[in-house]
Design a protein around this ligand. Structure first.
Ligand code: ADP
Length: 374
């Protein structure tokens, strides 16, 4: 928009008319004071400013405007009938004007100048946009790089811990075998097996991440019963966490068409997190409902919960809630993988949580997630 500032109504009207005829949006002010008020409120590409005005003159207005952040990109053209001498023209430029036109105004020249200023304004606006996008991209990449470094350090640590345990158990095993102490051999074997299983899960997660990154996460869909899947998952979790009471409502008798192994992976992930992030508690509830053509599966715990501003981020890659990360081991990739699996089935994931009271992680999955098998 262009702002014309002139104390003579006829000048305002005639200039406005010409500019509007050439499809420019025009606003007017009949004094310096009014112009300042308008500049504070609106954004202008160009201000055409009469120099000779009672009260504030054009130069004073320009000087005041140059201090406004809103008008940083605004160009100013001075119009003057009287001050034609060089010193006034110089003053016009030094007080923030970009051009100086003497009256009577040659409308063709003025129009050419206005068009040029508009073009420059558009170009500089685009440049600023590009610059901002570039800066955002640099910042994003820096953060991603930092997260990756952090991840590599945590991942190596997480992989090394079970490996060191396995090495230890192997040594103990050797000694027990020499002694012929079979019960101790069995005990160490079991412990080594648990650590190997941990290692296996970690590596499987890392492989999933790289499959997701390269678009190679494949699905093998078929019909299966949600009730039966939940029965088997609850069995698996009970074996390793007998102290937890996993409650679920009555069965829903529903078959879904999806990748059973991957959906099992998601539920196991929700359940192991529910146990991990709920120290001192011993109950978990599984809520299953059918909503239209979709099935809702929620895993409710009574653990530490998640602050509202962090809830959205927990599904991001490598994200771990900072305040609690030091107390719990993890890589921050389980929920990211789960979210990818559900999204790729056309479903959605989410969490409802109150800090100190617990969380319910859920997914809503279409009963028939389509025939694609990728
Ligand atoms: P990890 O548990 O390995 O850190 P996840 O991707 O499974 O990675 O979870 C990401 C983060 O979400 C966790 O670090 C934790 O801060 C938070 N989180 C996940 N599940 C729960 C839960 N049931 N209760 C509280 N916080 C949770």
């Amino acid at each position: 928009m262009i702002l014309i500032v002139d104390d003579t109504p006829e000048n305002l009207i005639s200039l406005k008319r010409v500019l509007e005829r050439h499809n420019f949006e025009v606003d007017t002010a009949s004094s310096g004071e009014e112009a300042l008020k308008k500049v504070l409120k609106n954004e202008y590409v160009l201000i055409i400013l009469d120099v000779q005005m009672p009260g504030m003159d054009g130069f004073e207005v320009a000087e005041a405007i140059s201090g406004y952040s809103k008008a940083r990109e605004t160009a100013i053209i001075f119009l003057s009938a009287v001050n034609k001498e060089l010193k006034f023209i110089t003053k016009g430029y030094s007080s923030g004007g970009l051009d100086y036109i003497t009256k009577p105004v040659d409308m063709d020249i003025l129009l050419l100048k206005v068009k040029t200023f508009y073009r420059i304004y558009e170009q500089s606006r685009k440049l600023i946009e590009i610059q901002k996008a570039l800066l955002d991209e640099i910042e994003y990449r820096k953060q991603a790089e930092h997260k990756k470094d952090e991840f590599i350090s945590i991942a190596s640590h997480e992989l090394k811990t079970p490996l060191t345990s396995v090495k230890g158990y192997m040594q103990l095993l050797g000694r027990s075998v020499e002694k012929g102490d079979i019960p101790t051999v069995k005990k160490h074997l079991e412990k080594a097996q648990i650590q190997l299983e941990k290692l296996n899960e970690l590596i499987a997660d890392l492989l999933d991440i790289s499959k997701i990154e390269s678009g190679k996460l494949k699905f093998n869909k078929k019909c299966f019963s949600i009730d039966e899947l939940l029965d088997s998952v609850i069995d698996i979790i009970r074996q390793t966490n007998p102290e937890f009471n996993i409650l679920r409502k009555e069965k829903i008798g529903l078959e879904v068409y999806a990748d059973e192994m991957r959906i099992e992976q998601v539920i196991i992930n929700f359940l192991t997190n529910a146990i991990k992030y709920s120290p001192g508690t011993s109950e978990i509830k599984i809520n299953v409902n059918v909503i239209g053509e979709k099935v809702y599966v929620g895993v409710r715990d009574f653990g530490i919960g998640i602050a509202p501003d962090q809830q959205k981020s927990v599904f991001d890659k490598f994200y771990r809630v900072e305040e609690t990360a030091i107390h719990f081991q993890g890589l921050g990739i389980g929920l990211f993988i789960s979210a990818e699996i559900i999204k790729r089935h056309g479903g959605e994931v989410g969490v409802k949580s109150t800090p100190g009271e617990g969380s319910e992680f859920y997914f809503i999955l279409p009963i028939n997630s389509g025939a694609e098998t990728d």
